[in-house]
Every structure is written in structure tokens, then in C-alpha cells.
Design a protein around this ligand. Structure first.
Ligand code: NDP
Length: 335
């Protein structure tokens, strides 16, 4: 069984030496478990948090343990009712080829509905994150202005497209011209701002009326530019702050820009709320999947994946994710 382990905890940005790749015997499923052979591994920003011992909503990966992650693949052996060899599933576990998982954590998927890897992105945890965060917190109304950071990424691409379906004017923020062009031309956002340029001026140009829904994926200087432009009764969906994940606690994560002045929360009656998709997302998965498949089927919802070949390349690909090197939902194809 090819596995990627956490060798040591990163100081700042992770480096290849923080990981270790090993070859071990494949595991045997216990009673109630299913042995899954992974075809795709999802790489996600939250994994940076699992590499660290800092207090968080989930426990860190232990040193020497397999890196945490979700996979999609096929059942090889089953000691759980409802699963049989050959079943196609999402919910395999860890940066590894084979994993034994409890049946409760697995989703059986119909391979005719969508490509297998889509179950890790648009139809997986990131897609569910977008859907749940908008349902519960963003609540976009027709005619409102929505701004989405990391707009070409796994979560952002779904957020903005749902915003369009709900009748909003949607402005993306992404890194570089290629990503911005994709966001407007392929995903149909009304505009996309390159965060390497003058953010404030571009926001003023594209949202002169202000912003009703801000989907926060990035934090730092992007948040500092958006926050003062929120309108009365705006909602700020705190999904993630990826620009701050490699920054040591206590240092200046706003790149010299002033952080948000929370007095505006009172004055403008803002709603700022964080959420974690696993809090209450998965019980709503069937409803989410039905709605998404409908939009995907009639062409209103598109998606893009960045597929890296080979599990041995997972550490480098993950390091790149935290630098914006991915273009679309990052997955590893396991050979
Ligand atoms: P993406 O596919 O969007 O990939 C990450 C992107 O973030 C990069 O491509 C890059 O886009 C941008 N980025 C990376 N580093 C920086 C930086 N230093 N400054 C600015 N932008 C940067 O990832 P996901 O869609 O999977 O995740 C997006 C966010 O959602 C993350 O913050 C993640 O932690 C969060 N999340 C939260 C969940 C929850 O339950 N709350 C669940 C899932 C995700 P670009 O080149 O355009 O800048």
C-alpha cells in the first residue's frame, strides 16, 4: 500500500521533507468496514491545519501517521452490509492507495451521473461547502451584489455560479489573468478582479453600489479591501482564510493593510459568520447532490479540475495549493 505520512510539522509553508512516502502491506477490513482502492485523492487547504498542533476544530494528524484526506474509488472487499466489491464510492480515507473505512462514512455513487473525480469536488466536500454556506449564511437574493474570493477554486467556482443562478451580480477575485478569464468566460461571472492588481480601485469600478454578500476564502489583504465596501445588512460568509494558513500566529497577516474595523458591523448591521461544512452539511448531502446534478445536467453549473498524476506527487501539489499554483479543484490521480 503506497502511503504519504506526516514526518514533521511544518514551520510556515510546508516543504517536501515534512512528508514521507512509504510502501506497506494493504490493510484487511474489520467487521463493519470496507476496503477501498482509491482512484483519486482530494487535496484541500484544511490539510494545512491538520499538519499543525495549533488548537482547531479537528485533531491534528499524528507524526508518522497517514495524511488525512478523502478519496474516491472502488470497493475491493467488504465486511459491511450494503457494500460489495466493484461498488464505486466516495469517502475513502487518507493519502494512500488502499484504506479501510466504516460503511457510515462512505457514499455509494452512480458512475453514470458524473466522472468519478467530480465526487471530490463539485459533488464532494467543496461543492457541499459552497451550497451549505450560501443556504445558511450568504442567502443571496436576486439583484444583490456578491463577491467571491479564490473564485476559480474548488469552493469559489460553485459559490459564484450558484450566485448567478440566484440572480446576483457576481464578481470573482482570483490570481492572474488566466484564472480571471476562465471565471468570466467559462463560469459566467459578471467580472473577475486580479488580486495582484489594485484591489480597491477594481472593487470600486465593478461594485460602485457596494457588496451584499462576501464569500471569504482568502483573508489578509483581500479581506481588508472588501470589508469597507460591504453595504448595510451585508453577509460575510467566513469559509476560509487561506492566505493566513502559513503565517505564524501573531505576525501581520494583512500585509500592512489595516484589518477590518468592527465598528462597521454595528453601523451597517453586518452579519459575519464562520462555519465548518462537517457541522451540519453531510445530512443534507442527498438534497445538495440532487440540486447540483440538475444544474450540471442543464449546463448551468460547470467545473474545472486540476489533476496531478501519481500519489508520489501529492506533497508537491499540496504545497502548490497554498501558493495558488492549482487551477480548479486539485485532485491526485492515483496510478
Ligand atoms: P482552491 O481550489 O480555491 O485553491 C486554493 C486557492 O486559494 C488558490 O488556487 C489560490 O487562488 C488561493 N490562494 C492560495 N494562497 C493564497 C494566498 N496566499 N493569497 C491569496 N490567495 C491564495 O481551494 P478550496 O476551494 O478547496 O478552498 C477555498 C477556501 O475554502 C480555503 O480557505 C479553505 O480552507 C476553505 N474551505 C472551508 C471549508 C469549511 O468547511 N469552512 C470547507 C472547504 C474549504 P488564486 O490563485 O486565485 O489566488
Amino acid at each position: 500500500n503506497l502511503q504519504v505520512l506526516l514526518r514533521r510539522r511544518p514551520q510556515g509553508a510546508p516543504v517536501p521533507e515534512d512528508f514521507e512516502i512509504v510502501e506497506r502491506a494493504a490493510p484487511e477490513p474489520a467487521e463493519g468496514e470496507v476496503l477501498v482502492r482509491a482512484a483519486y485523492l482530494s487535496l484541500d487547504p484544511y490539510m494545512r491545519g491538520r499538519m499543525s498542533e495549533a488548537k482547531s476544530y479537528a485533531k491534528p494528524v499524528a507524526l508518522g501517521a497517514v495524511m488525512e484526506g478523502r478519496t474516491a474509488g472502488t470497493v475491493v472487499a467488504s465486511k459491511a452490509p450494503g457494500f460489495a466489491p466493484g461498488d464505486v464510492v466516495a469517502g475513502g480515507s487518507g493519502w494512500q492507495r488502499f484504506s479501510c473505512v466504516k460503511a457510515a462514512g462512505l457514499i455509494k455513487v452512480d458512475p453514470a451521473e458524473a466522472p468519478l473525480s467530480a465526487n471530490l469536488g463539485v459533488l464532494g466536500m467543496p461543492g457541499l461547502t459552497a451550497w451549505v454556506g450560501l443556504e445558511d449564511i450568504g442567502q443571496p437574493q436576486s439583484g444583490e451584489v456578491m463577491v467571491v474570493s479564490a473564485a476559480s477554486g474548488a469552493v469559489g467556482q460553485v459559490v459564484g455560479q450558484i450566485g448567478r443562478i440566484r440572480g446576483c451580480k457576481v464578481i470573482g477575485i482570483a490570481g492572474g489573468e488566466r484564472k480571471c478569464r476562465y471565471v468570466t468566460e467559462e463560469l459566467g461571472f459578471d467580472a473577475c478582479i486580479d488580486h495582484r492588481g489594485d484591489l480597491a480601485a477594481q472593487l470600486d469600478r465593478h461594485c460602485p453600489e457596494g457588496i451584499d454578500v462576501y464569500w471569504e476564502n482568502v483573508g489578509g489583504v483581500v479581506q481588508a479591501a472588501v470589508f469597507p465596501r460591504l453595504r448595510d445588512f451585508a453577509r460575510m460568509v467566513m469559509c476560509g482564510v487561506i492566505a493566513q494558513y502559513n503565517v505564524a500566529e501573531g505576525s501581520d497577516s494583512f500585509g500592512g493593510a489595516p484589518g477590518p474595523n468592527l465598528g462597521a458591523v454595528v453601523r451597517k448591521r453586518l452579519r459575519i459568520q464562520g462555519f465548518i461544512v462537517s457541522d451540519n452539511g453531510w445530512p443534507r448531502y442527498p438534497q445538495f447532490r440532487r440540486e447540483m446534478l440538475g444544474w450540471m445536467g442543464d449546463g448551468r453549473l460547470r467545473w474545472r479540475e486540476d489533476v496531478v498524476e501519481g500519489l508520489r506527487n501529492a506533497p508537491q501539489a499540496f504545497i502548490g495549493l497554498l501558493e495558488g499554483k492549482n487551477f480548479g479543484k486539485l485532485v491526485v490521480k492515483i496510478d
